[in-house]
Design a binder for this molecule. Structure first.
Ligand SMILES: Nc1ncnc2c1ncn2[C@@H]1O[C@H](COP(=O)(O)OP(=O)(O)O)[C@@H](O)[C@H]1O
Ligand SMILES: CC(C)(COP(=O)(O)O)[C@@H](O)C(=O)NCCC(=O)O
Length: 338
């Protein structure tokens, strides 16, 4: 059995808990430690912020509704925890060099994988963590890469008859994504990733992002926690997640994520969809009811099934799960025990 069809590991908050259901009591043998909102927020009190209040205020511009308490109580302790992991990886690198008894190449970037459904808030969390981590001493350069650049071009998806499966694992150039992460963890001086335009709804030919050995790389995408596939010859290959140093899964009830998707779609209809060249220009002319119905159709036929079939089953693979309430506030944090 591959780990995608394995049941969620034992521990609190497992299963597809919807917000109305009481969460199961923590089991003694769980490999996770779970902190509710209050316990997690308490950690913030002992966390000296690397950012000034003005800088935190400025970060809220990343998401119009991003709450200041959320930034201070949830993301600040999270950035401190991540910062500790990065520093301890540096210490381990030095110890390994001592053990090997000869000079080793400089340590490779610390890679954080950030997974979750479409519209759960991955980009918002990733951009926030990028800014916060960059303010901690010792790791000022933090790169952020989204996996959408590794989607196959629309023409190729059409050729394969899977344009309606954008975001499903088979819609990506998985080999190129794996190569990209391996190159980063090999310590290559310069690594490039392709880019995707949400405006034209396609990868952008010839436009690349270049990564030059930053201290940290955040790789954000729907499928970054997918386990390796079993190949035709029966052998198991490598997965991008094999090269992550830490992974985060952003989690919420599917009904809430669907609503956030539809709300974002309706907001984009007022803004981005009206821009010249937008693939979604036709939705600009839709009435609100028509646009809502279209967003619900896209959710129910593409993003919802992808969440249930491919994304959610990878949740228990994450080092840390951020579970959100209907208003995006984090209700609890689940962390792998060490
Ligand atoms: N912490 C947050 N507080 C308030 N709104 C948020 C938060 N995170 C995301 N959102 C909103 O939820 C929607 C989806 O977020 P986004 O980061 O674009 O998701 P994803 O990258 O997972 O598709 C957006 O409309 C965004 O503004
Ligand atoms: C581009 C996406 C597949 C997300 O990709 P990711 O950055 O997670 O790799 C997704 O936003 C998307 O466009 N899904 C297709 C259905 C839709 O239009 O929502």
């Amino acid at each position: 059995m591959s780990s995608t069809d394995a049941p969620d590991l034992p521990g609190p908050g497992t299963g597809q808990t919807e917000r109305s259901e009481p969460r199961p009591e923590p089991r003694e043998a769980s490999p996770y430690v779970e902190l509710d909102r209050a316990a997690w927020a308490e950690l913030a009190e002992s966390t000296e912020s690397p950012l000034t209040r003005e800088e935190i205020e400025a970060l809220r511009g990343l998401g119009d509704e991003l709450d200041l308490d959320e930034v201070l109580q949830v993301y600040l302790p999270l950035s401190r925890l991540l910062s500790m992991y990065v520093e301890s990886a540096g210490r381990l690198h030095r110890k390994q060099e001592e053990f090997l008894n000869e000079p080793q190449p400089p340590r490779t970037p610390f890679v954080i994988g950030l997974a979750g459904s479409v519209a759960v808030g991955k980009s918002t969390s990733a951009r926030l963590l990028q800014q916060m981590l960059a303010h901690w001493p010792q790791h000022p350069s933090v790169a952020l890469v989204t996996t959408d650049g590794f989607l196959l071009p629309n023409a190729e998806l059409e050729r394969r008859g899977i344009l309606h499966r954008k975001g499903f694992p088979e819609s990506y150039d998985r080999k190129a994504l794996l190569r990209f992460v391996i190159d980063i963890k090999s310590g290559r001086e310069e690594v490039q990733a392709p880019t995707y335009s949400h405006l034209v709804y396609d990868v952008v030919p010839d436009e690349k992002v270049t990564i030059r050995k930053p201290d940290i790389v955040i790789v954000e995408g729907l499928n970054v926690l997918q386990p390796a596939r079993v190949r035709d010859d029966g052998r198991t290959g490598l997965a991008v997640s094999d090269f992550f140093d830490f992974t985060v899964y952003v989690d919420a009830a599917a009904t809430d994520i669907r609503r956030w998707y539809v709300e974002r779609f309706l907001r984009l209809r007022e803004t981005a969809f009206r821009k010249p060249g937008s693939y979604f220009a036709r939705y600009g002319a839709f009435t609100e009811d028509e646009a809502r119905a279209e967003a619900e159709r896209i959710w129910d036929t593409i993003n919802g099934p992808n969440l249930m079939e491919n994304v959610l089953p990878t949740r228990s693979r994450a080092t840390l799960v951020l579970r959100k309430d209907p208003d995006h506030s984090v209700r609890y944090v689940r962390l792998r025990k060490l």
